[in-house]
Design a protein around this ligand. Structure first.
Ligand SMILES: *Cc1c(COP(=O)(O)O)cnc(C)c1O
Length: 398
């Protein structure tokens, strides 16, 4: 991704108003004491994850010796075993890439090649919008609320989706909304609509690990539903937001048979393979999470969600309860005069970096003016210091 960083170099620090996207905010946040901006994983290792770190030289040498395909197969097999996706696991047609954004770019290349326009969920992480727009794919919004009532999903989509493609994020970043809270019915209705109206369904599952082992939702065999329905689909999966692996991540793209060969040809124009060392290492993290039922990942988020509820209760930051404990929290700024952008500016000056909500409302930024997003994949000690500081700062507006 090409981003103009020359301004950073000449002025030292960018003026906040000149930041054109969330990533530029996140880059600023990386220089800030309390970085609660990017949803990347910054927490420390659990005890068993530490043992994986200690075995890295062995994993490196092992990956040097074996065949690429061995590490690919082991990785995909472990990933879909953790996610309880036997159909995806047995199909063996998943394509690997270095990052979810690369998989999304391949999706974008395909949509551009087919001259398809997209209806994309709103609010959502702006990177999806930006990648598609920068690849020349026309975009239209559908509000998340179209999916809030399973009995109305079909009719709402029929009314609102005018393009050849529907693009969803499950569960959603930033809101933590999940169709899976309706059991099979939510996704079934989406698929039924797409099948009946000949729409290509694209689903970004980058946050899907947060739905695992959560009593409120069940990640049933989603790929069985997709495959047996006969719908055309593209599904993106990811590891980057789940394990604390310093961005040594891998992503996956699985598509329906009718478009597989076209997408495969685009995929191979982008890359040959993901590092076998990274795959070998990630496989260890996945096996560890199968063992502890994702406890190390979920526990950090549970503790930090809980801390938010306790610390910010009654403050002007109103926690929007998510369907599942995703790795971000979404807040409404409850104040008659103060916009989220004003508050964001004040907090930034005090060394606390959250993300302003307007960017998530990519078609109509003003609708995000009262929202802020906070990242939770952080060491709970640092996170509790950040919240203490936040709580003190917020008292000024009470
Ligand atoms: C972070 C994220 C991505 C992009 O992942 P990268 O690792 O930055 O490429 C895509 N979709 C969602 C929902 C995300 O949260």
């Amino acid at each position: 991704m090409s981003r103009d960083t020359t301004r950073t170099k000449s002025t030292g620090r960018l003026e906040e108003d000149s930041l054109i996207d969330l990533t530029q905010h996140e880059i600023q946040a990386l220089r800030t004491r309390f970085n609660l901006a990017d949803a990347h994983t910054h927490q420390r290792q659990s005890a068993s994850q530490d043992r994986i770190v200690l075995s890295l030289p062995d994993l490196w040498h092992e990956a040097e010796e074996g065949l690429q395909v061995t590490y690919e197969e082991r990785f995909v097999d472990a990933f879909f075993r953790l996610h309880k996706q036997p159909t995806a696991r047995s199909m063996k047609k998943t394509m690997l890439s270095y990052a979810a954004s690369i998989s999304t770019m391949v999706v974008g290349m395909f949509l551009k090649q087919q001259r398809m326009a997209v209806t994309l969920l709103e609010p959502c992480f702006d990177n999806l919008h930006d990648v598609l727009i920068n690849m020349g794919v026309p975009l239209y919004p559908v509000n998340e609320s179209a999916l809030y009532d399973p009995d109305r999903i079909y009719a709402e989509l029929k009314r609102q989706v005018r393009t050849e493609v529907l693009f969803l994020v499950e569960p959603n970043n930033p809101t933590g909304f999940s169709l899976l809270k309706f059991g099979r019915k939510g996704l079934e209705e989406v698929v039924r609509f797409c099948k009946d109206h000949n729409k290509l369904l694209v689903i970004d599952f980058c946050f899907a690990s947060f739905t695992l082992f959560d009593p409120a939702v069940e990640r049933f065999d989603v790929y069985e539903l997709l495959e047996s329905s006969g719908v055309s689909y593209m599904a993106i999966e990811d590891t980057g937001k789940t394990w604390p692996v310093q961005d040594a991540k891998a992503a996956m793209l699985t598509v329906s048979d009718d478009i597989h060969s076209s997408v495969y040809d685009l995929h191979t124009s982008v890359l040959l393979n993901v590092s076998p060392f990274v795959l070998n290492m990630l496989t260890q993290y996945i096996e560890d999470s199968i063992e502890d039922e994702l406890f190390s990942v979920r526990e950090v988020l549970r503790v930090n969600h809980e801390l938010i509820r306790r610390t910010l209760e009654g403050s002007i930051l109103e926690y929007q309860k998510p369907d599942v404990n995703v790795s971000v929290a979404w807040f409404k700024v409850n104040h008659p005069e103060l916009s989220a952008s004003d508050l964001h500016r004040d907090l930034t000056e005090q060394g606390l970096y959250l993300l302003p909500g307007r960017y998530f409302f990519w078609s109509q930024p003003s609708r995000g003016e009262s929202y802020l997003r906070m990242a939770l994949a952080r060491d709970p000690q640092m996170f509790s210091e950040a919240l203490e500081q936040l709580s003190t700062s917020l008292k000024r507006y009470a």
